[in-house]
Ligand binder design. Structure first.
Ligand SMILES: *Cc1c(COP(=O)(O)O)cnc(C)c1O
Length: 382
């Protein structure tokens, strides 16, 4: 039972999803089989890329992407601070150093091409961009700078399934991209992710690193294609199982319909909140048909009201969240706090509020959230 009248998100499962997820159990082949191959192929086709590898989480996909880009101890990787902490944790896990890049401004919360250029050093090896809330980063400027400086480009597409910029899909601009199917994402397998790459060299390495660095899979041996294997470099176990691949295939089918519904809900929020002076709605100048909306974020002009507002909305049964606490201010990142120089990130991180957003929401749900927000703002202002 939920304590929320309107939760932040809720997954969307159908009877077909349930049947799909049970089928591998009936068949008795549970990991990295035909369903995973089909999930990968379908996904690669829909994103418009050569190679997609299903993995155990979005974080695993990011870790593998960084490893394939050759990120190693001593390297620097440019990364936003206004993102999920996995983006920086994986950089540290490879012995490299995150260099935090600021947001572009009050309206555009994605990776600032100007700040990025300023922070490149001799040690820079790669950059990781995040298409925040489904809004694509300014990739044409970013790719130009990255290529000029010989940097690998990794796209975190956890928010950006089927988002595109100027006709090109997110996940196809850089050298590697990571998607997440965690429970609160636009399609879910519970835990799960997809690593997308475009070059044979990346694909080769990724395939091996996903499964201990081994040259052959259990499935190859089962099908009599291989009798033994070599280990060419130490890898991980980042494999996915057939249950989740089957669920992923089923969820993927419904994604276009769900994205259309998200678009309508986003516009509905914009209509209800457009004239609330106390808040900023970001990204208003973006081209609506290019965004695969993932969350509904707003910025409170007066960040001091956030805590009481969250409390007031909670009393109305409305769940909210914060995307994100700035990474450079976490305890584990204290060595980076002073040098980060990300003023916009700090402003947004202090005043950001994420409102409920999921395809099953009705217009009346949206209205209730907006009324609770407006009432809460009035109460806090006194
Ligand atoms: C969810 C998310 C991740 C991590 O994905 P997991 O599947 O939970 O490991 C990484 N980056 C961003 C921006 C995310 O939203």
């Amino acid at each position: 039972m939920s304590i929320w009248k309107i939760p932040l998100f809720t997954p969307d499962f159908t009877e077909e999803d349930i049947q799909s997820a049970m089928a591998p159990i009936r068949d008795g082949w549970l990991t990295m089989g035909e369903r995973t191959l089909e999930f990968e192929k379908t996904f690669a086709d829909q994103v418009g890329s050569g190679y997609a590898f299903a993995v155990s989480s979005g974080t695993a996909a990011i870790h593998l992407a960084l490893a394939c880009a050759g990120v190693a101890p001593g390297d620097e990787v440019l990364v936003p601070s206004l993102t999920f902490v996995a983006c920086a944790n994986t950089i540290l896990a490879l012995g490299a150093k995150p260099v935090f890049v600021d947001c572009d401004g009050e309206q555009d919360w994605t990776f600032s091409p100007q700040d990025f250029l300023k922070k490149i050093t001799e040690k820079s090896r790669a950059i990781m961009v995040v298409h925040y809330a489904g809004f694509p980063c300014r990739m044409e400027e970013i790719m130009l700078v990255a290529r000029e400086h010989g940097l690998a480009v990794i796209e975190d597409c956890a928010h950006a399934l089927f988002s595109s910029r100027r006709g090109r899909q997110c996940g196809t601009f850089g050298d590697a991209a990571a998607f997440s199917f965690f429970s609160n994402k636009n399609m879910t397998t519970g835990e799960g992710g997809m690593a997308v790459v475009h070059q044979e060299s990346y694909a080769d390495r990724l395939r091996k690193l996903r499964s201990h660095g081994m040259t052959a899979l259990t499935l190859d041996r089962h099908q009599g294609r291989a009798i033994s294997y070599d280990v060419v470099e130490p890898g991980y176990n980042y494999r996915i199982d057939e249950i989740r691949s089957a669920l992923g295939l089923s969820q993927l089918k419904r994604l276009p319909e769900n994205l259309q519904r998200r678009r309508e809900i986003y516009q509905c929020y914009n209509r209800h909140l457009g004239n609330v002076e106390e808040i900023v709605i970001p990204f208003l100048d973006r081209n609506d048909d290019e965004v695969g909306y993932h969350i509904y974020p707003i910025l409170l002009r007066d960040s001091a009201m956030r805590e009481s507002l969250i409390h007031n909305m909670k009393n109305d049964g409305v769940q909210t969240s914060i995307h994100y606490p700035a990474i450079h201010r976490f305890s584990a990142y204290r060595d980076f706090t002073a040098q980060a120089d990300c003023p916009w990130t700090e402003t947004i991180s202090d005043g950001e509020l994420t409102l409920p957003f999921y395809p099953q929401m009705t217009e009346d749900d949206v209205k209730q959230v907006c009324e609770s927000l407006k009432k809460g703002i009035q109460a806090v202002r006194g």
